[in-house]
Design a binder for this molecule. Sequence first.
Ligand code: ADP
Ligand code: MG
Length: 237
Amino acid sequence: KRKRGEDTLSSLVQRVEDLDLKASVKAFSDLPLSEPTAKGLAASHFKTLTDIQQRAIVHSLKGRDILGAAKTGSGKTLAFIIPVLENLYRRQWTELDGLGALILSPTRELAIQIFEVLRKVGRYHAFSAGLVIGGKSLREEQDRLGRMNILVCTPGRMLQHLDQTAMFETHNMQMLVFDEADRILDMGFQKTVDAIVDHLPKERQTMLFSATQTKKVSDLARLSLKDPEYVAVHEAA
Ligand code: ADP
Ligand code: MG
């Protein structure tokens, strides 16, 4: 006999499968989301989706790669945090599964902001999440890294761990996010990012968000995304 939780999970999986990509989704309550995410959004007073969220989330919930362009303030953070939480939840990700999602941010300040949104909206989930932005000793970070399901990090520090932290396993990782990819590349992290991607499984979902579409961004997109859904929002959010 199946438990009630399994029924709920399989019905959620089915609702994501049935999700109509052309239907217009106005409210978060219209999306097939897990109870912990729905509760986290409600508790954070998020009700309706911004344009970029409307365009991107239906595709990313179904596992598609995303190439997203939208100016600052348009709500890109939730556009990747919601699918990260949901896609790991539907896979019943636990601490034992290790790293499930890696979110790359150009600066420590932005990484901290993303982490705060993740903590707020993800508060009813059981995932472990960590910030990897330097500032502490490598050793101190190393001890915690192996237990994390979701990491928000800056490129330099991440690569340092991938090269030096023996216990750090990435073979299970499902999702990779580049936030502010244009800034990551403008800051000279191109080689670092290439080296990070080299360490990660080829089978994964990748979401790349950027305020501007530069040549460097499209080069990175070509190398790191597979048949991405291109979502660009230019009007004010
Ligand atoms: P971006 O990364 O595109 O610059 P953010 O994700 O930082 O944008 O969001 C900008 C602001 O909009 C934040 O204050 C955030 O809390 C708010 N915001 C994001 N999504 C929503 C939403 N669906 N409803 C209301 N406010 C939102
Ligand atoms: Mg942002």
